[in-house]
Design a protein around this ligand. Structure first.
Ligand code: C2E
Ligand code: MG
Ligand code: MG
Length: 710
């Protein structure tokens, strides 16, 4: 039966006509075909019926009493529910003007009387079916639009031939554009793509569209209000039946998603309390850095800082105070380490220094590219110092301390795990020693001594092969301006190590027991040189030779001096020995006795670096001395520092009372010289006059003309 064809329920046909015969006919025919026929004879009744029942189709005469069928059709169409309802208008004649008006009013089609009663039921059944399908499509469209709005998906089409684009309302909303003011066009979209993403988006989309492939790409948009949106952009090009290329695509707003991922990433890699990286991220960075260091042969330091007695603080002051303290610790450590002043050894670049909070009260640092294992120590020291500054917690002043452990790649381990484990062991060791200190993991301590081992063997060779040499620095009398002496200073330049400072290799030579051998050679070479200058007729001034305290204990210094003077033929008054207070510490009685005997030979004795050791007056009385040499550290502060000035003046007065000559070492400026002159200092030595120079250069100071001009 046509009225129920493929339908679960019988279709309702509303017939509006004032022709009673027609109504009778249609009721009979259509009922027989399974339709439920509802009839009325004017437009007003029809509107009433439409409100009560939902017809599946309306068959309506154009000429009705009261409002015309066309008018009623228009009114019915205004109800959204009836937007797709088939409305057939019936006319007695096919007046073109009426037909046009009817279609404009929303009529589905026109029929002229008399109807073909055989055909009409079938026609009606299919119209009803089409109307329902249209209705469903409408519903689907609406649900799709709703779904797109919820999923924040906007869709577009673009016809390459007509260059026309259609955008869904959701697309306008994603792009922050007003459909009334902005034209749907690919260029409008392109203008909104983030400049940094534009090139990539263009390349990918143009390539895909050329090859008739689809593409899917994520990029950013910059909206007109400056807001940034993240979108997933998907499109494909197809050709329609006419061969026209049509691009269809969607843009999904993924901003919330991207922000959520950023947030997750932040939570996964950073510590919420301090904003520092967390353990996970630290380990990842360390692994990367170690890999890099493997090829670049850098050293990397891992430093673990554990706040001492933090649990106690937390328990007694509460967690919120504990949190506050940890934030301060994080901030201070960060500031210290990022401050390039204190990270001298880090190559001046602190950007890849990593600082992390890896546990409750535990922080980790990574110093990439350090030059020497000992470079990490000063950083640890600065951290200890900065933590010692008082912290104000709710009006209470607290001072913190920490235990710090250091491990060095590759000496203490070649993997992240080993380096961290060993830094932790070193930290625990520092803690077991009472905290407030840092400790290296032992292997790196050994490595610090690796340089020592290298130096040691090379120094032995250099001594054997007589590859050390002497330079000379003049001493000047402040009153006459004349060069009245010189100090012999030892130099060691090793082909692959370069210049090794005496402050580094002399203590080593003392430890390994070759200082006496070196000392004898220095004495011999200095005396030989001085004799040679005198023999050449250059001015005769004494040469001062530094003597290590070990030379007193290990050898008979008197014997050595006597032998050397004999061997070189230098008269004793042209030799002066510079000793330090440490010589006194070993065996004061023996040393004093030796010095006394040496002086009796006519050799002069000077006390070097005065002011840095015990500087006790009693020494000066007991010791047999000629000269007091005041340490450079006092001279450095002249003439601005009042303390240094006061000390200097006092030393000079005291020394003069004891009959000692006073010489200041390390004089670099004229102001220093003038001040020293004004307080009656006798002699000076320092870069102001000359740096230590090789013998042939020094000879110029001894020439008669030079002497006159000093
Ligand atoms: P020292 O005996 O106090 O020697 C003075 C040091 O000060 C020398 O350093 C010298 O180069 C440096 N100096 C002199 N004038 C100035 C100046 O105006 N400014 C600055 N910044 N420095 C100045 P050097 O040659 O590096 O020697 C360091 C130390 O090594 C010496 O200190 C001495 O204790 C020891 N030493 C050097 N040669 C010998 C040696 O033959 N035997 C022994 N036992 N020790 C030596
Ligand atoms: Mg000296
Ligand atoms: Mg000195």
């Amino acid at each position: 039966m046509p009225g129920s064809l493929e339908n679960n329920r019988a279709s309702r046909l509303l017939v509006v006509d004032d022709d009673q015969t027609f109504l009778l006919m249609i009721r009979k025919v259509m009922s027989n075909s399974g339709f439920i026929v509802v009839a009325c004879n004017n437009g007003e009744d029809a509107l009433e019926i439409c409100r009560d029942i939902t017809p599946d189709m309306i068959l309506m005469d154009v000429c009705l009493p009261g409002a015309s069928g066309i008018e009623i059709c228009r009114q019915i169409r205004q109800t959204t529910d009836y937007a797709t309802l088939p409305i057939l208008l019936v006319t007695a004649n096919s007046d073109r003007e009426i037909v046009r008006e009817g279609y404009e009013a929303g009529a589905t089609d026109f029929l002229t009387k008399p109807l073909d009663w055989n055909l009409f039921p079938h026609r009606a059944a299919y119209l009803v079916q089409a109307g329902r399908a249209m209705g469903e499509l409408r519903v689907n469209r609406t649900s799709l639009a709703t779904a797109q709005r919820i999923a924040k998906i906007g869709s577009f089409t673009y016809d390459a031939e007509t260059q026309e684009s259609q955008w869904s309302s959701e697309l306008y909303s994603i792009l922050g554009l007003d459909p009334e003011r902005h034209r749907a066009h690919p260029d409008t979209l392109t203008h909104l793509i983030h400049p940094d993403d534009l090139e990539h988006v263009k390349a990918v989309s143009e390539q895909a569209l050329r090859d008739s492939k689809s593409f899917s790409i994520e990029h950013r948009l910059v909206l007109h209000d400056g807001g940034i949106r993240h979108v997933r952009h998907y499109a494909e090009a197809t050709e329609d039946l006419m061969g026209t290329r049509v691009v269809t695509g969607v843009l999904q707003d993924t901003t919330d998603h991207v922000h959520a991922i950023d947030q997750i990433r932040y939570l996964a890699n950073f510590d919420g309390l301090t904003g520092l990286t967390n353990r996970r991220q630290f380990n990842a960075r360390l692994t990367e850095t170690v890999q890099h260091a493997r090829s670049s042969r850098n050293l990397v330091a891992v430093i673990i800082v554990d706040v001492d007695r933090f649990k106690l603080i937390n328990d007694s002051l509460g967690h919120s105070a504990g949190d506050q303290i940890l934030q301060v610790v994080a901030e201070r450590v960060n500031r210290q380490v990022r401050n390039s002043d204190c990270v001298g050894p880090l190559d001046g670049d602190d950007t890849d220094v990593e600082i992390a909070r890896v546990g409750g009260d535990e922080f980790s640092l990574m110093l990439p590219r350090i030059v020497h294992p000992t470079d990490a120590g000063p950083v640890a020291q600065r951290i200890l110092e900065t933590l010692r500054e008082p912290i104000d917690v709710d009006g209470q002043n607290l001072t913190l301390s920490a235990s710090i452990g250091i491990s060095i790649y590759p000496i203490d381990g070649e993997t992240t795990e080993t380096l961290i484990a060993n830094a932790n062991r070193a930290m625990s060791h520092a803690k077991s020693q009472g905290g407030n200190s840092f400790q290296y993991y032992t292997e790196s301590l050994n490595a610090t001594s690796t340089r020592r081992l290298v130096l040691e063997s090379k120094l032995r060779n250099a001594v054997e092969q007589n590859r050390l040499h002497l330079v000379y620095q003049p001493k000047v009398d402040l009153r006459s301006g004349r060069v009245i002496g010189m100090e012999a200073l030892l130099r060691w330049v090793e082909p692959d190590l370069g210049f090794v400072p005496p402050d580094e290799f002399i203590p080593l030579a003392e430890e390994i027991g070759c200082i006496s051998k070196i000392g004898r050679w220095v004495l011999l070479d200095a005396c030989r040189q001085n004799k040679e200058w005198q023999d050449r007729g250059l001015g005769s001034v004494p040469v001062s030779v530094n003597v290590s305290s070990r030379q007193f204990s290990d050898t008979d210094l008197l014997e050595v001096v006597t032998e050397v003077l004999e061997e070189t033929g230098l008269e004793p008054q042209w030799l002066e020995l510079e000793i330090t207070e440490s010589a006194m510490l070993e065996d004061e009685v023996a040393t004093t006795q030796t010095l006394k005997l040496i002086r009796e030979q006519g050799v002069r004795v000077s006390l070097d670096d005065f002011g840095t050791g015990f500087s006790s007056l009693s020494y000066l009385r007991r010791l047999s001395l000629d000269t007091l040499k005041i340490d450079r550290s006092f001279v450095m502060d002249l003439p601005d520092d009042d303390d240094a000035k006061g000390i200097f003046e006092a030393i000079i007065v005291m020394a003069h009372v004891l009959g000692l000559v006073v010489i200041a070492e390390g004089v670099e400026t004229e102001e220093q010289r003038d001040f020293l002159h004004s307080i009656d200092c006798d002699e000076i030595q320092g870069y102001l006059v000359s740096k230590p120079v090789p013998p042939d250069e020094f000879a110029h100071f001894l020439e008669p003309d030079a002497q006159g001009s000093k």
